[in-house]
Design a protein around this ligand. Structure first.
Ligand code: GH3
Ligand code: MG
Ligand code: MG
Ligand code: MG
Length: 329
């Protein structure tokens, strides 16, 4: 996503984020899944005893496996002892931090008085907190709860921001990209194509006599047709092609690295995929739908998004005039 889209998404959809912020108060800190990494099994068992009433706790006494164990399970917190026999606890922590799925896993160190200098270094490395030994039950419980709550909150917030940004570029009915996203994307992609002298094609698709679908069967059936149309179209373009709903019953597909010959093949395939089978929309008689397609290709080095769209639009208009259900360049 571009910075601009990010900014727009953030200002446009603040409600969702505010909801998530409010959720901070209600996020639970119990029922956590915790991994204790400690070579001293008796000590680990005691710490586990303090936590087991509220959380589910595993113990790992072989720190060499630490990274794999942490990576392989969905732990929400690691409690790492500063005394791990021959193993360097800081190394264990930095290994956890370098793995993709554990990069944000909260880590609390269990440290003796003499560990202070190394604990400070560990905090610099991104360890979240530490607790002094002998570990005290209430303090442990409080520190653990804080880390679990924070982490759950951060996950929820990230999820919410992602959803919000996705919404800002998505057409709700069809799940395709929306016009705003398309305009930006066309700009960027055409710029690149021109710079590198690569082909690019674009097609505008407009459903034929769509108004009569609405008139004869109602707006809801019209919406089902739009969804099914989008799905068939998606199945018949390539992974690299970008499909958008421009509005109403008009769609556009951007096809990078595509010459006239390939563009024709894709457009024809989509046209046939729409026309060949009736749309199942729950009506008594099968509903036949057709689409007209106008295609344009990038031409001169000074070609612009506007003129590419214009040429496709002129071609589309001709397709309509010449009888619909056809592809015109
Ligand atoms: P043509 O073959 O010339 O394209 O005819 P048409 O009927 O498809 O074109 P026209 O532009 O006259 O009608 C488009 C219709 O699409 C009118 C409008 O009510 C309908 N429409 C636009 N957006 C939506 C939508 O989101 N849902 C539904 N059900 N209908 C929509
Ligand atoms: Mg029309
Ligand atoms: Mg139409
Ligand atoms: Mg139209």
């Amino acid at each position: 996503l571009t910075d601009e889209l990010r900014a727009r998404a953030l200002t446009g959809q603040q409600i969702a984020i505010e909801d998530a912020l409010r959720a901070m108060d209600t996020i639970s800190a119990s029922g956590g899944s915790i991994l204790i990494i400690d070579t001293d099994l008796r000590h680990a068992e005691r710490v586990k005893g303090y936590l087991s009433a509220e959380h589910s706790v595993d113990i790992l006494t072989q720190p060499s496996d630490a990274v794999f164990q942490v990576a392989g399970a969905s732990y929400e917190l690691a409690l790492v002892s500063m005394s791990l026999d021959d193993f360097d606890p800081l190394r264990v922590c930095s290994q956890i931090r370098t793995l993709d799925h554990t990069r944000t896993l909260p880590i609390i160190l269990m440290a003796d008085e003499g560990d202070k200098p190394r604990v400070v270094r560990a905090l610099d490395l991104g360890v979240n907190d530490f607790i002094s030994r002998p570990v005290e039950r209430n303090e442990l419980s409080a520190r653990v709860r804080t880390q679990i709550r924070r982490n759950r909150y951060a996950l929820e917030l990230r999820q919410s921001v992602n959803n919000t940004m996705a919404l800002a570029v998505t057409d709700e009915l069809t799940g395709l990209y929306n016009r705003r996203y398309f305009d930006r994307h066309l700009n960027v992609m055409l710029g690149k194509a021109q710079e590198q002298s690569r082909d690019m094609a674009l097609m505008i698709l407009d459903i034929d006599h769509f108004k009569s679908v609405n008139d004869n069967h109602g707006h809801d059936v019209g919406d089902i047709v739009l969804k099914e149309f989008a799905a068939r179209m998606k199945r018949n373009i390539r992974g690299v092609d970008l499909a958008c709903r421009m509005g109403g019953e008009e769609f556009v597909v951007l096809m990078p690295d595509t010459d006239t010959f390939q563009a024709e093949a894709v457009a024809e395939r989509v046209r046939q995929a729409i026309a060949e089978k009736p749309f199942d929309v729950g009506t008594a008689r099968p509903l036949m739908v057709t689409v007209s397609v106008g295609v344009s290709l990038n031409e001169t080095l000074t070609d612009s998004p506007e003129s590419m769209l214009k040429r496709a639009d002129v071609a589309l208009y001709r397709a309509k005039r010449e009888g619909r259900n056809r592809v015109i360049f």
